[in-house]
Design a protein around this ligand. Structure first.
Ligand code: ZN
Length: 124
């Protein structure tokens, strides 16, 4: 396992990075961008929802049909229920910083959400 991590690290250091946000006009994110957003956000971004990002849809915060880009700063995982809630239920979502979301209910109440840490930071 250590050798595998070391080889991935070496690969990342020596291989020119691919630009995940390099094709903002396409409708769906490529596998690299999709995986990046899944790892960054971990779960559906709706308040209180624990649906894993891997089982959620990729939601364009600013809708693609209205010019929203397919980039990491405009995508977030949304489970089918919450994705629909946003489009048909009167909720709005913004992403003021990558991975930070503000859901606003139809009555104007705001909920700040973000992905959970994979682990707590070390104690030092
Ligand atoms: Zn959800």
């Amino acid at each position: 396992m250590i050798a595998d991590i070391a080889s991935q690290y070496q690969y990342a250091r020596t291989t020119p990075s691919t630009n995940l946000d390099g094709r903002p006009g396409r409708r769906l994110p490529g596998p690299g961008l999709r995986r990046y957003v899944q790892i960054r956000d971990r779960t559906c971004t709706a308040p209180g929802c624990r649906r894993p990002a891997t089982q959620s849809e990729q939601d364009h915060i600013h809708d693609h049909q209205y010019g929203g880009a397919t980039t990491s700063t405009n995508l977030g995982p949304g489970c089918k229920y919450d994705h629909r809630l946003k489009h048909e239920g009167g909720w709005t979502v913004t992403q003021p910083r990558p991975g930070r979301f503000i859901w606003t209910s139809p009555l104007g109440r705001r909920y700040h959400t973000r992905g959970e840490r994979i682990t707590d930071p070390p104690p030092f």
